[in-house]
Design a protein around this ligand. Structure first.
Ligand code: CDP
Ligand code: CDP
Length: 206
């Protein structure tokens, strides 16, 4: 069983993916972390984000179990991740890694931007999770403040919109709902309501 979850930044896809994995006893991969890990390594080495051959080399040595979400969640890393995510050769490398993870029994929940369209086109069930930009910016701001970071709602909203635009407009594997994905708009839902809705969708499809 493979559950594919895609959606824009701070739509709640990561939280849903983690909880669905627990509920259905599957493994979970936040594919955004793979792009973030490569971006963070380039930033740490002071290398340009457009250096695709180095990015590919970093991707080839990536250890999924070593990716630390708390370190990689920094705002600048998310921005850098979306810049390197336009590189086709790098994506191919990361997609291979993600597919291997997905296809290892008993199956998995993967969340990202292109899981239903590119990584796992034959997934058992596909969810496209979304919410208004304002709701997403509010969630991301609250999340940053709760972790003790500074956050300004207006600039978080601007950044989210810019990243969504870049992710939706790129030519390789843009953020887009797969034809056979179920749309889940969580603008008016808290995380518990969104989780219940997602469990219903998956249970019907599986
Ligand atoms: O993975 P993604 O960036 O799509 O989002 P997330 O990390 O799962 O969620 C971003 C933040 O929004 C987290 O703090 C969630 O608890 C919160 N959230 C929420 O308040 N209501 C929802 N329906 C979904 C997420
Ligand atoms: O948590 P949030 O939704 O803010 O971001 P993320 O899922 O960690 O992804 C960071 C960036 O990586 C995104 O803005 C995309 O540009 C890129 N990404 C991608 O291109 N394809 C994926 N499957 C996952 C992430």
């Amino acid at each position: 069983m493979i559950i594919a979850i895609d959606g824009p930044a701070a739509s709640g896809k990561g939280t849903l993916a983690r909880r669905l994995a627990e509920h259905f006893e599957l493994r979970h991969l936040d594919t955004g972390l793979t792009y973030r890990a490569v971006a963070a390594a380039l930033l740490a080495k002071g290398l340009p984000l457009g250096d695709e051959s180095v990015a590919i080399e970093i991707a080839q040595h990536l250890e999924l179990a070593q990716m630390d979400k708390s370190v990689l969640s920094a705002h600048e890393i998310g921005e850098a991740a979306s810049r390197i995510a336009v590189l086709g050769g790098l994506r191919e490398e990361l997609v291979n890694l993600q597919r291997k993870f997905a296809e290892t029994p008993p199956g998995a929940v993967l969340d990202g931007r292109d899981i239903g369209t590119v990584v796992c086109p034959n997934a058992t069930v596909k969810l496209f999770v979304t919410a208004s930009p304002e709701a997403r910016a509010r969630r991301r701001t609250d999340e940053m403040i709760s972790k003790g970071n500074e956050a300004n709602y207006a600039s978080v909203l601007e950044d989210l919109k810019r990243r969504d635009e870049r992710d939706s407009q790129r030519t390789v594997a843009p953020l887009k709902q797969a034809d056979d994905a179920v749309l889940l708009d969580t603008t008016e839902m808290d995380i518990e309501a969104a989780f219940q809705a997602a469990v219903d969708i998956v249970s019907k499809a599986a």
